[in-house]
Design a protein around this ligand. Structure first.
Ligand code: GLY
Length: 431
């Protein structure tokens, strides 16, 4: 089978890595891919938002399955176009992807499905939003309704912060049209977890959970990033919680979207917080998480091609049941100096190919590209790569991830040393 992965981050390298372990994959393409996917197949010089280009490339190369990583092409209807051209595509339709591309739509689906979440209000006018926060005595989260490249969520401890966030989104249009409507939710407290499952619009696989460390600094301080690390399963995760999330949160949303005539197919991502009043859903996303994918792909025991094809063709019930390893895994993300602010790129990365690698570890490239010599790898983004360890115990998975990180270097490389520390009881001591 010829498989095309759309996207260029660590998530897409992890997907490509797991897909090429399948006996059925003969050729892998990535659009546009990175230095990691280049080592597994052929990178096509197409932006992940170039819908026409991707459909043409898939047809020209007789691709049998397209796996779409990021949300933007999904929200643009890439899977609709591929399916219409007769190419099985793993990912939701444009209509179903609204679960991520419109926060207010997602809340209306969750309400109809009876899924618990924070109190919230939707505002299309600045005055309405400002009036609400002036008279509401609670810390809130102001969310741009549409896609804002992960930047549209403002945690507001007080009225001043909320006023600033509303004006910035709705008046100054910091996120363009995506922020013209805002959803204002109560700020909830508790550990956060990302939960993922495969669905064909009717069936939902067993789910898997991983954490995400969003802040740049150790101890959870400093600005938000795309994600500095992950481990799974989280230390507070239980079979009971997994069943609640699967049965009471994710399946009802899948049924509600099917009832509306827009069945959801692909990876379903439920972001939730375990509060004192029980788990509450913060968001649904229409794809796998990054860097959570770097943790869960090594845990996927099933054939990824069989599962993803079954999702795209509505035949998950006929496929072998999806199974996940319960061996813990951890991803430590290495970033460029200055990230998530401004940073320089183009620095050579050493330690990727040489060395006595631990077989329980793997490095997924993200903001990294092949140099013109086709050999060396250069930094090309903020999040450069993720070092992943998997083992029988979380502490050993962590040692493997950090040992690998210590073997890699580039100018200005930085990584948090406290990934999983709250689960293990101390920060990393190796690497
Ligand atoms: N890890 C968060 C996300 O992928 O949105």
């Amino acid at each position: 089978m010829r498989v095309l992965v759309v996207g260029s981050g660590g998530r897409e390298h992890a997907l490509a890595w797991r897909l090429t372990q399948s006996q059925s994959v003969s050729e892998l393409f990535a659009a546009p891919g990175n230095s990691g996917t280049a080592a597994l197949g052929e990178n096509l010089p197409l932006a992940d938002t170039d819908v026409d280009g991707i459909v043409s490339a898939a047809l020209e190369r007789s691709v049998d399955l397209v796996v779409v990583g990021p949300e933007t092409p999904l929200a643009m209807g890439l899977c609709d176009r591929l399916q219409a051209a007769g190419i099985p595509a793993f990912g939701p339709s444009r209509a179903a992807a609204r679960l991520e591309s419109s926060k207010s739509f997602a809340r209306s689906v969750m309400d109809a499905a009876g899924v618990p979440g924070p109190n919230y209000r939707v505002f299309e006018s600045v005055s309405g939003a400002l009036n609400y926060v002036q008279h509401y005595d609670h810390p809130v989260v102001v969310k741009a309704d549409g896609l804002a490249a992960g930047k549209g969520v403002a945690m507001c401890a007080n009225r001043e912060d909320a006023t600033y966030a509303i004006r910035s989104s709705m008046e100054e249009r910091a996120f363009g049209v995506a922020g013209e409507t805002v959803v204002i939710e109560d700020w909830l407290e508790g550990p956060e977890v990302s939960v993922f499952g495969f669905t064909d619009g009717v069936e939902l696989s067993p789910v898997v959970a991983a954490t995400d460390y969003k802040r740049i600094g150790e101890g959870g301080v400093g600005p938000n990033t795309g994600g500095m690390g992950s481990y799974g399963p989280p230390h507070f995760w239980t079979d009971e919680l997994a069943e609640t999330v699967r049965q009471d949160f994710m399946l009802p949303v899948i049924r509600e979207l099917a009832r509306r005539g827009t069945p959801y197919r692909g990876a379903l991502y439920c972001g939730l917080m375990v509060t004192d009043a029980g788990p509450k859903v913060l968001e649904f996303n229409c794809r796998f998480g990054d860097p959570e994918t770097q943790v869960i792909m090594p845990q996927l025991l099933s054939d990824p091609v069989e599962v993803m094809l079954a999702c795209s063709t509505g035949s998950l019930a006929d496929a072998d049941p999806v199974s996940w390893s319960d061996r813990p895994a951890m991803a430590v993300v290495m970033v460029s100096d200055g990230y998530p602010g401004t940073y320089e790129t183009g620095f050579p990365i050493s330690g990727l190919t040489e060395g006595d690698w631990d077989p329980g570890s793997v490095v997924f490239h993200a903001g990294a590209r092949l140099a013109d010599d086709g050999d060396n790898v250069l930094t090309a983004g903020g999040r450069v790569l993720a070092c992943v360890g998997i083992a029988d115990e979380l502490g050993d998975a962590r040692d493997r991830a950090y040992r690998r990180a210590a073997q890699i270097s580039f100018d200005g490389a930085y990584y948090r040393r406290d990934i999983g520390a709250e689960a293990i009881g101390s920060p990393a001591t190796v690497g």
